[in-house]
Design a protein around this ligand. Sequence first.
Ligand SMILES: Cc1cc2nc3c(=O)[nH]c(=O)nc-3n(C[C@H](O)[C@H](O)[C@H](O)COP(=O)(O)OP(=O)(O)OC[C@H]3O[C@@H](n4cnc5c(N)ncnc54)[C@H](O)[C@@H]3O)c2cc1C
Length: 388
Amino acid sequence: MYEMTTEASVELSEELKLLQDTLKRFVHKEVVPQAEQIDDEDRFPRDLMFGLGRLGLLGITVPEKYGGSGAGLLAQAIVVEELARASAGLASSYAAHSNLVADNLNRHANHYQKEKYLPSLCSGDKIGCLAITEPGSGSDALAMRTRAVRDGDHYVLNGTKIFITNGPVADIIVTYAKTAPEKGSRGISTFIVEKEFEGFSVGRKIDKLGHKGSPFGELVFNDCRVPAQNMVGEENSMVHMLMSGLHRERIVWSSEAVGIAQGAYDIASKYAKEREQFNKPIGEFQMIQEKLVDMALDIHIGRVLVRRCAKMAEVQNHGDVGLEASYAKLFCGDMSERVTSKALHILGGYGYTKEFQVERFYRDAKAMPIGAGTSEIQRLIIARKLLR
Ligand SMILES: Cc1cc2nc3c(=O)[nH]c(=O)nc-3n(C[C@H](O)[C@H](O)[C@H](O)COP(=O)(O)OP(=O)(O)OC[C@H]3O[C@@H](n4cnc5c(N)ncnc54)[C@H](O)[C@@H]3O)c2cc1C
């Protein structure tokens, strides 16, 4: 079930409209037919990741010389929205790979590292993940305890990361560790780890409520030896990469929330036109109309926030993109929960079953105010900036 309904959006360039059309065709043909099965079986859709690679979308923000398409963050947000409209699991894995890893490396890695790692990430031959969160530090990410100690021409990493999207299937892991714990956030460094490196292992895969098909779990660094040439940027000074990466992640994550909400809306509005009670389609009852209107407005506002912020990030990169990204993340995270809940309600008892897939969007939406910094953390960031 993939029908076009509301297309409320800020104006896109002809190029981006073309990208969106291509993607809609891909999603309709390749993703929709297996979206429910991906969820049921919690199966990582490796074939679809390759397909996205063939379309040039895995490295969408990476320059052509490193195997990418050289587009911007807005293009990436559009891809994520369209994927999430059909399969949030695929959208999450795509976002972790393409935004958290490829985009981050493109912005911070040196030429040697980009030449070595970006082409296989852009083609889909290698899968990437970004590991920040630890069992003891989630919202307080800078309190991470993973340590990296220099030993000749290697660093030795020790620590555990958790809730890492793509972690169980990743070939290339970008991670953060403290190289000078006494310096707090000024003692954080970034490393590129290959899954074959001595001392690296995948811990348990963690089962979750939604985003099925996007594997997530624990990563263990046990005296893991990483060549010094795999350190990204300068030792002790990579908190800026972590923070600016979070801003960009929040924009893309918000776009995923918009896609999830739109997917649920599509189902609910179609159902409201077809389902009859009291001898008329339920869509003719004003209380159902009110819900649909509120949902469409919520989605529209979320989409405008995301696209405006993505455009800002393209020209400016830092500045108050952080504030705008937190506004978008806070609104879109909560919005996707509101919209999917109303969508499920419009389908009545059928909404509560697995027959119309709306329950899948409802489960997927629950993660949106949590991942990439919870709603509470977004409120703290916004308050801090407003009261500065
Ligand atoms: C689907 C999904 C995918 C993810 N993918 C990745 C990934 O690829 N890489 C990665 O590194 N991480 C990933 N994460 C982890 C995610 O970033 C963390 O779950 C998130 O930052 C919250 O951390 P936590 O789970 O430890 O919760 P905690 O930080 O323990 O928070 C628990 C509760 O306390 C609240 N809280 C915490 N501090 C405050 C405060 N100061 N004031 C008020 N309330 C507060 C929180 O809002 C929350 O409600 C993913 C999470 C999910 C759900």
